[in-house]
Design a protein around this ligand. Structure first.
Ligand code: SAH
Length: 281
């Protein structure tokens, strides 16, 4: 697998109180690290601390390459994500790579977009590491479906709107619409739905929610490339989403959010986002 050349970074220098709060990263350990949704400013200090020390980084497609610059110049950078047209490496193969690198005495970072444990298969990798006896730590990150939406002016909760929020993925392991989702229960019990990996199936998802009783005029937003300069925020309705209207110019990765909190985007988006493109549906 190709490695990526990047210039040497400025070493991470933290104020003493913060430096003391950083856990040691011993050789032979693997850290599963969340890189956040894209904006390098949303990388945690713990992630930056891990990246600055890493001997090898195994990263996914959704990781912003800017974040890789936080690593040493001589750190090995290995892409293990899905490339257009090629299948992604199997989970067991990735775990085997991590274990081999750790056994060679490297400090290994497994860098994932967002938070490693939110629809990122991080938990499966962690299980593999535990099973192999490899010391590991998880370093949480800002997840696209919460922080990414906030950056687009959409708070996932608001006291006047919703007392709960549901994060879901519409996919199962085969890539088809998950048969394990209970659309009637989601429709009745989840005032705000945040859908990961739903871009391809967004019309089908909207159809299921309409069938289950959600109103056609319910607000929906499709937020693509959240927190990056390419961020797009399209506001529409469930009925229009079912017809796949309004999203012609949108490219994934995208989060789909359904519910009353979307109505706050025109007000909060202006103040919160650097350069959002809010397209009125
Ligand atoms: N672990 C990641 C999610 C991995 S699943 C996290 O916590 O954010 C991949 C899905 O995440 C994408 O299909 C998309 O739905 C969403 N996603 C990731 N980064 C995104 C971004 N910058 N903007 C919008 N959606 C994003």
């Amino acid at each position: 697998m190709p490695s990526h050349e990047t210039p040497s970074p400025t070493p991470l220098v933290l104020p003493p109180a913060l430096a003391r709060a950083m856990p040691p990263f011993p050789p032979g350990a693997v850290w599963l690290v969340g890189a956040g949704p894209g904006d390098p400013g949303l990388v945690t200090l713990q992630a930056a601390h891990a990246l600055a020390q890493a001997d090898a980084i195994y990263f996914d497609a959704l990781v912003n390459e800017e974040v890789l610059r936080l690593a040493r110049g001589d750190c090995e950078r290995v892409f293990v994500g899905k490339r257009a047209g090629c299948p992604s490496p199997k989970q067991s193969e990735i775990t085997a790579l991590l274990v081999t690198a750790a056994r060679a005495g490297k400090r290994v970072v497994r860098l994932k977009g967002g938070d490693p444990y939110v629809f990122g298969r991080g938990a499966e990798e962690a299980q593999g590491l535990v099973a192999s006896g490899t010391p590991f730590r998880v370093s949480p990150g800002v997840t696209a479906g919460i922080g990414g939406l906030a950056a687009a002016g959409i708070p996932v909760t608001h006291r006047d709107v919703n007392q709960s929020v549901t994060l879901l993925t519409a996919h199962d392991a085969s890539g088809g619409l998950s048969q394990r989702l209970d659309w009637a229960a989601l429709s009745a019990g989840s005032p705000v739905l945040v859908v990961y990996m739903g871009f391809r199936l967004m019309d089908v998802i909207a159809d299921r929610l309409l069938d289950a009783g959600r109103p056609a005029d319910e607000p929906v937003a499709v937020v693509a490339n959240a927190t990056t300069p390419r961020q797009q925020v399209v506001r529409t309705t469930l009925g229009r989403l079912a017809a796949r209207l309004d999203v012609d110019n949108v490219a994934p990765p995208a989060i789909i959010v359904v519910g009353g909190v979307v109505a706050l985007a025109p007000v909060l988006g202006l103040a919160a986002a650097a350069a959002p493109e809010v397209v009125e549906a």
